[in-house]
Design a protein around this ligand. Structure first.
Ligand code: RIB
Ligand code: CA
Length: 314
């Protein structure tokens, strides 16, 4: 049995790749999944999670419905151009799984049950921020948080300065950055370098026990990244890298700083850390100091991803 992980995601392609990595890894034990709006609607992400769990024979994992809208009060914008019309590239989960759950507060029972729980949040932070607003004491029992979001002193992916998870609900991201303790944050600085090439996909496909990785990752690369990012050699698996961090702490170099998120205006979603060399520690505004991943050792990522996904030695 591995580390107990409660997973929050907007289950599109790279969230699903992360869940498949967890399923195939002996060191990570997903004990609950919160399906939130983001890449696609909450109804669709709920459906996608149920489809995945049925495919891998893990319908015993509890699924909870998360947020449907951001804390900004806006109508959410979805990204079918990136993740496909239903969030899983060319795959259409059967309509029988179309239930949108309203059982979010079952997460409290899960959090209270495990003393050493890790939260992995790889989508919008609305649901996680809600827990900090309503259950601040309960949240103190969480061991650590692995979060995909932000872009520090590098370009964003939805605006010139903002990454998608921070941009879509900057209010929630700011709450999480202010109140969560022991955060390992995986921004675009590292996740956009966690590239899975078509050659890697074809190798894994010969062994793939889920038969999902090739359709998902071929679509992600051919239909989106190859068209949008000139010269990119494969698809970046943002969310898988973040989840892999739970067991592979040495893949990335971390910088210790507090983090704030700009919540409106041209720089909405901008992630701010204190990267000034002359100031130490970097705990501005009374915020907790987080570990922000700033560089990736690609070979370590490659070995872990290929080894776990194919079952071969790398
Ligand atoms: O910016 C990348 C992130 O936005 C990933 O988590 C992706 O799944 C989307 O949620
Ligand atoms: Ca995601």
């Amino acid at each position: 049995m591995g580390r107990k992980v409660l997973f929050f995601g907007d289950v599109g392609i790279d969230d699903t790749v992360a869940l498949i990595y967890a399923y195939l890894s002996n060191d990570i034990d997903v004990i609950g999944i919160v399906a939130c709006y983001g890449n696609v609607s909450k109804k669709q992400t709920t459906r996608n999670v149920r489809y995945l769990l049925e495919k891998i024979g893990r319908t015993d994992i509890p699924v909870m419905g998360g947020a449907e809208k951001p804390m900004t009060g806006e109508v959410p914008v979805f990204y079918p151009d990136v993740h496909g019309p239903q969030g899983l590239g060319p795959i259409s989960p059967p309509p029988a799984n179309a239930l949108a759950l309203e059982n979010f507060f079952e997460v409290i029972g899960i959090i209270e049950k495990y003393s050493d729980l890790v939260i992995v949040n790889v989508g919008r932070m609305t649901s996680l921020a809600t827990l900090f607003l309503l259950y601040p004491d309960t949240m103190k029992s969480i061991n650590s948080f692995y979060i995909m979001g932000g872009a520090f002193n590098v370009p964003g992916n939805v605006t010139p300065s903002a990454e998608a998870n921070f941009y879509a609900d900057p209010v929630a991201a700011n709450i999480v950055m202010r109140y969560a303790e022991n955060v390992f944050l995986y921004p675009l600085n590292v996740t956009q370098n966690a590239i899975v090439t078509p050659g890697m996909v074809n190798y894994i496909n010969r062994k793939d026990r889920t038969h999902l990785l090739k359709p998902l990752l071929d679509y992600y690369y051919e239909e989106f990244y190859k068209k949008k990012v000139p010269g990119i050699e494969g698809a970046p698996v943002h969310d898988a890298l973040t989840l892999m961090g739970v067991r592979e702490g040495k893949m990335c170099e971390f910088y210790r700083t507090a983090v704030a998120v700009e919540i409106s205006g041209e720089a909405r979603g901008l992630s701010i850390g204190d990267f000034r060399k002359t100031f130490d520690p970097h705990d501005f505004d009374g915020r907790p100091i987080h570990s922000v991943a700033i560089s990736l050792d690609y070979l370590s990522f490659y070995k872990s991803f290929m080894g776990t996904m194919s079952g071969d030695e790398f």
